[in-house]
Write a protein that binds this ligand. Structure first.
Ligand code: MOS
Length: 698
């Protein structure tokens, strides 16, 4: 066994695990700072209109209150282009829960108490928060997120549907959902009026973020600073799921507050309630899916037409149907996205944005098509597995979906699935199994750099401003660096989570390992090219992320097969999910321990999506009424039974020097569909609207 074999591909425990479980790891809000001030936001209690009057006399009079900052006295921002970040710049209210001020005090308790004493009067205007497919103001955005085309149209779907022997034409819906990382969004902001150079930045932020460099560049722009005048530090992050992928309004609010008490650090942590209007959410979707096939189940048409919402102040158009474009071999294909701009908080990224809701519609429809064709659902998918990407025509870098399905069928005991739905009954319990396909694109974002430094005595430091939001990225990057330097894991320490480090792209799009990892490989190779095997102490070399020409030549996606078994109580409708299995094809797996954790974490989130998660927007008030863990239900230990994930032993030779594709998001894709399909198999009831609650089965 070579040194390298011991490093990459082994289940190394997390390099930051001990610090996290012993409580030594300082998350943003816990960062010890001198003489902190505590901020508590004021939020609009109307969904649209203007702030007419603010009476803060009582609040300002509370002992320990330092300031109440509102649009009347907040500093003017240099750039107000991004309306989400244009905080306290006018009296306008664009959604319920929007920031209208902030109370600063000596303790968090005083700040919160005083915030409750502020009286606000509004000029209220009518608002509209209801997404419906028959709205007359739906529009086609110029493009959807990720820069994808809004609509695609290949062949003649209508004619193919007309001519098809077997068809499915149904509406599927997914609800508004909220990312709920364990650690709320929090920031410590320090405004140093005398600073402005790298050693003493004008603005320092200890922030909980998926990207220190993107928060730095955004805040620099908003406050009219050069990026070098801003430092963002974020070594430990308690989850994000996309909601910490970019700066949000609370970052700006914290900086405005810090300017009001210049010199003193301001600590701001959103409460769980506040997160429901300020940290992004997944749009609700209404999806019409049409599938046509011949008698043998060969698909002739697939159409996926999506209606979703965005906020009025900022467009965020989820790419819900994009995954459908490359998934199956039908010659006639159509996808579209139509958006309603509503008086709602700004939507944002939530794990597998696009694929997660989109594959609920597509993969339940596939199950319906299999039933209509009298085919096993795995066989239907195998018959429609395209040899090259139907959308781009490019060859696959590695499409092993059918292998995942077959391997999963064998491991899961698929042959025991009842062929006729609703026929497997033991006592009050109905049993069934379901399957769904999964996919997630290979993304690599340009803009990362890594630097390797040799400290003598065999010890290396690798610097890159990456983020570990709980994924294990820190550990995986250490493994990759040790492998590339040809040294043991313990000889390398990787520094991440600081904008003072070389630039790194976001921990998002399942791109971290491939983007940062290939950058580290390049930096280590540069280092070895310059210094060989015997570098002098103090030796240093760096490099940027290398190009990957294959990314243009091949269609590159991870794939997976999701299996679920359910038991449904015929009297109460209660659904239990005793088993889930995911079989994934993701290229090379760098660390089986952290990879498995990503897969089963995603699948658990899919279970949660299938059965529990739904943000209830009260259209009378524009308010998400179930804005806490008591009422916004997320799968907990008692809901999660046997969730397992395995993967094909492979390497994607087109996926850069690591041979690895992304793994962070694919676990959620298709998981809810597999459960819905299992529920149908158990009960004979087809549920097309998430979440699948017991009342729908009675
Ligand atoms: Mo993920 S939703 O791309 O952070």
């Amino acid at each position: 066994m070579t040194v390298q074999d011991r490093v990459v591909g082994t289940p190394s425990p997390r390099v930051d695990g001990r610090a996290k479980v012993t409580g030594i790891a300082a998350y943003a809000y816990d960062r010890p700072v001198d003489d902190p001030v505590y901020a508590h936001p004021l939020q609009a209690t109307i969904a649209r209109g203007r702030v007419a009057a603010i009476d803060d006399v009582a609040a300002a009079g509370v002992k320990g209150v330092l300031a109440v900052v509102t649009h009347r006295d907040a500093a003017r921002l240099a750039d107000t282009e991004d309306a989400e970040l244009s905080v306290l710049q006018s009296d306008e209210v664009a959604f319920r829960g929007q920031f209208i001020g902030v109370v600063l005090a000596e303790t968090p308790e005083i700040a919160r108490h005083a915030a409750g004493l502020v009286r606000v009067e509004y000029d209220e205007e009518p608002h509209d928060t209801e997404l419906r497919a028959d709205r007359t103001d739906l529009y086609a955005p110029e493009q959807v997120n990720g820069g994808f085309a809004t609509d695609t149209d290949e062949g003649d779907v209508d004619a193919a549907m007309e001519a098809a022997a077997v068809t499915v034409d149904e509406i599927y819906t997914t609800p508004m959902e909220h990312n709920n990382p364990m650690e709320p969004h929090s920031t410590v902001a320090i405004w140093n009026p005398g600073g402005g150079f790298p050693e003493a930045p004008r603005l320092t932020l200890f922030d909980s973020t998926q990207s220190v460099h993107s928060v730095r560049s955004t805040l620099a722009r908003v406050f009219g600073l050069r990026p070098e005048q801003v430092r963002v530090v974020s070594p430990y992050v308690g989850g994000g799921f996309g909601s910490k992928g970019m700066a949000h309004a609370h970052n700006v609010l914290a900086v405005l507050a810090a300017r009001a008490v210049a010199g003193r650090p301001v600590k701001l942590a959103l409460t769980r309630h506040q997160m429901f209007s300020l940290a992004g959410h997944r749009t609700p979707t209404i999806q019409r899916v049409r599938l046509g096939a011949d008698e043998a189940g060969r698909m002739t048409a697939v159409a996926h037409e999506v209606v979703e919402h965005t906020s009025k102040i900022k467009e965020f158009a989820e790419q819900t149907a994009v995954g459908t474009r490359m998934m199956y071999a039908a010659p006639n294909r159509r996808t579209s996205h139509r958006v309603a701009a509503l008086d709602v908080p700004v939507p944002s990224w939530m794990r597998a944005p696009g694929e997660a809701p989109g594959f609920f519609g597509l993969e339940v429809a596939m199950d319906e098509l299999a039933a209509a064709c009298g085919l096993d659902p795995i066989e239907l998918r195998a018959r429609n597995d395209p040899r090259s990407d139907p959308e781009s025509g490019r060859p696959w870098s590695g499409r092993h979906l059918v292998r995942c399905l077959r391997e999963g069928a064998a491991r899961f005991g698929w042959e025991d699935r009842p062929v006729v739905p609703g026929t497997r009954r033991r006592g009050r319990e109905l049993g069934g199994m379901g399957v769904a396909s999964s996919t997630y694109p290979y993304y690599r974002f340009p803009g990362s750099r890594a630097v390797v430094a040799y400290g003598g005595r065999g010890r290396y430091t690798v610097r890159i401003g990456a983020a570990d939001i709980g994924t294990g990225a820190w550990t995986v990057l250490t493994q990759i660096a040790a492998d590339a330097l040809g040294c043991p894991l313990g000889a390398v320490s990787v520094e991440i989570g600081d904008s003072g480090l070389p630039s790194a792209t976001v921990a998002g799009g399942s791109s971290g390992t491939t983007s940062w990892g290939s950058t580290i490989v390049a930096a280590c190779r540069s280092f070895r090219r310059v210094y060989g095997d015997d570098p002098p102490p103090g030796a240093e070399a760096g490099d940027d992320m290398p190009e990957n020409p294959d990314a243009e030549r091949y269609s590159m996606h991870s794939f997976g097969a999701q299996f679920a078994e359910v038991r449904v109580d015929a009297d109460t409708g209660e659904i239990r999910v005793p088993r889930m299995l995911g079989v994934f094809s993701v290229g090379r797996v760098i660390n089986p321990r952290t990879a498995r954790s990503q897969f089963i974490g995603g699948m658990t989130m899919g279970l949660s999506m299938a059965l529990l998660e739904r943000s209830v927007l009260d259209h009378r008030t524009g308010h998400v009424i179930n804005h806490d863990f008591a009422e916004y239900l997320i799968a907990t230990n008692a809901d999660v039974m046997d969730v397992d994930a395995v993967w094909l032993d492979e390497e994607d030779v087109h996926a850069g020097p690591l041979g690895a594709r992304g793994i962070g998001e694919i676990g959620i894709v298709g998981a809810a569909a597999a459960i819905a399909n299992a529920v149908h198999n158990a009960t004979g009831i087809r549920v097309r609207d998430l979440p699948i609650t017991p009342d729908l089965l009675l």
